[in-house]
Write a protein that binds this ligand. Structure first.
Ligand code: CP
Ligand code: NVA
Length: 317
């Protein structure tokens, strides 16, 4: 069983592909399958959420499990109880812990001390559940991930980091276009170079967005001011705007059938114009829906034995 899913890097290319196929079953075939019967999962959130929380709650419920949502302010964590003690306590009551934290280190402490799997529901550094939905959406739209050119425009943030880790294992061509000082971390880029060599993909950093989107199949952006970075708002907007905004002009430089992705929430007029996110190339609602299907696949993956999963495949595909 996967002990923790903190970055997205815990899964190799084969496992990712398997999960995406499983998610396809959940999306395309409506079947009554309750493998989580009797399983209890706690969702411990330190920051707001719309999509992650609801996809997790609905997904757990649809698979027959039971979830409890705890915001940090309602727990003793808000009064300084350590992550270690929190993890030990929650492990007594639950079969898994989903957590959204400000500092990734808190998630690592949680995982180190928990006796049950810990699932990252977003940290300042990674967003692996989002990555599963992103890869699934790209495959759904383009028929494959290998060879697909993904242009990430803007902040090299948590969503970008996990996407890079996953997409580079599946052979996509990643182009990252961020202002100086806002690129994804060196460690992630180095990993992606190694993974891309194996998967026959590639990763490049190109400062100029107009250059980066040339021939792109996918253009992806995220907020320039992530949760917790509000204090840096002014300097960030100065660094990103107007150059890194995804607008119609930028879109017109990509492939004709380019698709626009955004993990949401979006801030129209900043990282993307309303014309683009509400336009015909935008696939953000498909992407948001896919959070549910991929999370259900992920839950089965962590709770079911491989043999049981293979049987499920045979039965419904
Ligand atoms: N994409 C995403 O994680 O959205 P929420 O912050 O609404 O969960
Ligand atoms: N990068 C954004 C993602 C929100 C889902 C943030 O961390 O706020």
């Amino acid at each position: 069983m996967l002990k923790a899913f903190l970055t997205g890097d815990e899964l190799d290319g084969k496992e990712l592909n398997y999960l995406l196929e499983l998610a396809e079953l959940f999306k395309l075939k409506k079947f009554d399958f309750k493998p989580l019967k009797g399983k209890k999962i706690v969702l411990l959130f330190q920051k707001p959420s719309t999509r992650t929380r609801v996809s997790m709650e609905v997904g757990i419920n649809e698979l027959g499990g039971y979830s409890i949502y705890l915001s940090q302010s309602e727990t003793q964590w808000s009064r300084g109880e350590s992550m270690a003690d929190t993890a030990k306590t929650l492990s007594l009551f639950f079969d898994a812990i989903g957590a959204r934290v400000i500092e990734h280190k808190d998630l690592e402490d949680l995982a180190e001390n928990a006796k049950v799997p810990v699932i990252n529901a977003l940290s300042n550094r990674y967003h692996p559940l989002q990555m599963l939905a992103d890869l699934f959406t790209i495959k759904e739209l383009k028929g494959k991930i290998k060879g697909i050119k993904i242009a990430w425009i803007g902040d090299g943030n948590n969503v970008c980091n996990s996407l890079i880790l996953g997409a580079s294992k599946l052979g996509s061509h990643l182009i990252i276009s961020s202002p100086k000082g806002y690129e994804p971390s060196k460690e992630i880029i180095e990993k992606a170079i190694t993974y891309s060599k194996r998967s026959l993909g590639s990763i490049k950093l190109i400062d100029e967005p107009k250059e980066a989107v040339k021939n792109a199949d996918i253009i992806y952006t995220d907020s320039f001011i992530s949760m917790g970075m509000e204090r840096e708002a002014e300097e960030r907007l100065k660094a990103f705007l107007p150059k890194y905004q995804v607008n119609s002009e930028l879109l017109s430089l990509a492939k004709k059938n380019v698709s626009f992705l955004h993990c949401l929430p979006a801030f129209r007029g900043r990282e993307v114009t309303g014309e683009v996110i509400d336009g015909d190339k935008s696939e953000v609602w498909r992407q948001a829906e896919n959070r549910l299907h991929t999370f259900k696949a992920f839950l089965c993956y962590i709770f079911l034995k491989k043999k049981k999963l293979d049987n499920l495949f045979k039965k419904v595909s």
